[in-house]
Design a protein around this ligand. Sequence first.
Ligand code: KG4
Ligand code: ZN
Length: 512
Amino acid sequence: MRNSDIDAVHAIETAVFPSPWSRAMFMEESARENDRVWIVAEAGNELLGYAGIMLVGEDAHIMNLAVRRDARGRGLGSALLSAVIDGAVCRGAVHVTLEVRESNVAAIGLYESAGLHDVGMRPGYYSGGGENAVIMWSDDMNAPGMQARRGQLAARAESVLADFELHDGSELVLGIESSCDETAASVMRGGNELVSSVVASQIVFHSRFGGVVPEIASRKHTEAIVGVIDEALARAGESLGLDGPLPIGDLSAIAVTHGPGLVGALVVGLAYAKGLSLATGVPLVGVNHLEGHIFANMLADPTVEPPLVALLVSGGHTSLVHMPAWGEYHTLGETLDDATGEAFDKVAKVLGLGYPGGPILSTYAADGDPAAIDFPRAMMRSGDYAFSLSGLKTAVINHIRHEREAGREIDIPDLAASFQQAVIDVQVSKSVRAAEECGVKMFCLAGGVAANAALREALREALEAIGVRMSVPPFALCTDNAAMIAAAGTYRFRRGERLGLDAEAVPGLRLG
Ligand code: KG4
Ligand code: ZN
């Protein structure tokens, strides 16, 4: 720890501890070189944690250790602990001691992993509330068992630090997406800065069938994938001011969607990503497509963060997800049959309006009366978060048949508006209840159907009425793309997650 580190150290200290040390105390500590070891952990220009130990004869007393909140859960605490203990042992310390708040179970667990154990209690030790201190103490650090434990801790610390070096906040990650009918590749810097994004849509090849045909999707991905990835690397090179395409070796990771989706489509992106990783040694990271859709919100607006609830509505999915913290997902409920976008597509198909049906029907709906036809609101009062859209779809199709048989002309705007309103009513009602029950202040709308203006507005209004902010990404990030996969992949990469070359596509991959 240098004097120039003290501002950043003090900022972490005040954010983390209820009765923090003052800046002057750190200045005083860093000046004492003979009987102290103070170290900091940095990545790039960011200071992420620090630890200090005091030497008193053969004892070493750990005085302070903290890790910035957003850098936790990646092993930095044990790396810092290992480093200060080794520093003290090098200077002749035999035993390590410390006091820790009784309520700080995470810290107690960390110290236990370094071989310290509980030897007593100091009642009411901490000022401001008088919380008890647990006193911890180690056996002889040079005893064979303790030496082995220190060796293990140091090895783990080394791998943690090597991993941190790879991502100093500006790492380049290539994202690859091929789960449905979009072949996409994107390069992102630091998890939220878009360097390049290329999406090759197959819509024209599926449109005459009125929906995605899996065999066609698979074949089209195979045809497109090489060109799409090359183009993403070429555009990345251009926007980074390089002479040619971004070399794959400059990437910190390759992130690929490994589920959920169509198996024959997923395998194309996954196999290509594995090949790139094997040939270049760049680590491979697997991303859940639905997590990608949620990360599209963070990409568009960095102030979006958990705890939140997300409504994922696309051609393939309809689900409500509770995200209490980064990386944690609880699926509250999902569709029992058709996805929302799929219902729009099928209704449009019956009316002979073309594919995809969502944008077409919502354009008609803008001119229609949402109360013209009373379609069923399925599961509206089911008391859970499950959805069902096939009954509504059948009701609409029966209505169309009935009108045609009766020789009446169908009022497409009224039909579209009434169908759309039935969808919206159920989704808004369940979304509001989910936000209330989970007690969140943030809500994300994601997936292709998030482009539906009426749904956005109804949901925003209902959520604002209960004090919840709604986020929705720009259209290009709502529909399938690889930028969202690279963003979620950067997060997974930073957590040290890797996909092995033996990994398979998981068409039914769950979130969380
Ligand atoms: O997320 P996405 O591009 O692909 C999947 O993962 O499925 O979503 C495509 C779906 C299609 O079913 C399309 O009809 C629907 O999103 N969609 C809409 C609208 N725009 C696209 N649905 C309703 N209203 C819209 N404006
Ligand atoms: Zn999708």
